[in-house]
Design a binder for this molecule. Structure first.
Ligand code: ADP
Length: 171
């Protein structure tokens, strides 16, 4: 069974165990996918994230999904792209691996990621896709309880990049 699936669309509509939010450090909502998730989940999500005291770049925290079809939201903070010499690649890999770890620790089986950091945070899309795919594949080698990961691309450009990169990675 394929463990990685590619999808173009709105991550808030997915009925999976958890969707991952590309949040900012405050965890109080924002634009892009973060705003969409908060709008779709409703006010209770904000009430829960307020109690979490924010999140460091590369780390991940879990909340309920409230009005979303997904049971949980895993909030992670990707790095802002600053040219490539500020540990951006490592921090993006951490955002993916820590989200997977949190999901695994909670016994979750299905998980959907947006293209973390490739919107307002400006991370180059090709490089970000490589990191996302290799981090997930690496995680699959060592852990078994996660059954399926969806990469959800909102824009056509990312979708095309993921199609190509997944092929290259043999995934
Ligand atoms: P970041 O600040 O991490 O760059 P953004 O939300 O600006 O976060 O962008 C991250 C990615 O999420 C972008 O590729 C953007 O196109 C995508 N995105 C925006 N809205 C949605 C949505 N509703 N579902 C899935 N992906 C989305």
């Amino acid at each position: 069974m394929e463990k990685i699936e590619l999808l173009q669309g709105d991550i808030t509509q997915l009925k999976v165990d958890a969707i991952v939010n590309a949040a900012n450090k405050s965890l109080l909502g924002g634009g892009g996918v973060d705003g969409a998730i908060h709008r779709a989940a409703g006010q209770e999500l904000l009430e829960e994230t307020r109690s979490l005291n924010g999140c460091r770049t590369g780390e991940a925290k879990i909340t309920g999904g409230y009005q979303l079809p997904a049971k949980y939201v895993i909030h992670t903070v990707g790095p802002v792209w600053k040219g490539g010499n500020k540990k951006e690649a490592e921090l993006l890999a951490n955002a993916y691996s820590n989200s997977l770890r949190v999901a695994s620790r909670h016994g979750l089986q299905t998980l959907a990621f947006p293209n973390i950091s490739t919107g307002v945070y400006g991370f180059p899309k090709e490089k970000a896709a490589d990191i996302a795919i290799s981090t997930v594949l690496d995680f699959f080698k060592r852990h078994s309880n996660i059954q399926k990961v969806w990469f959800v691309c909102f824009d056509q450009e990312n979708y095309g990049i993921y199609e190509k990169k997944l092929r290259e990675h043999g995934a």
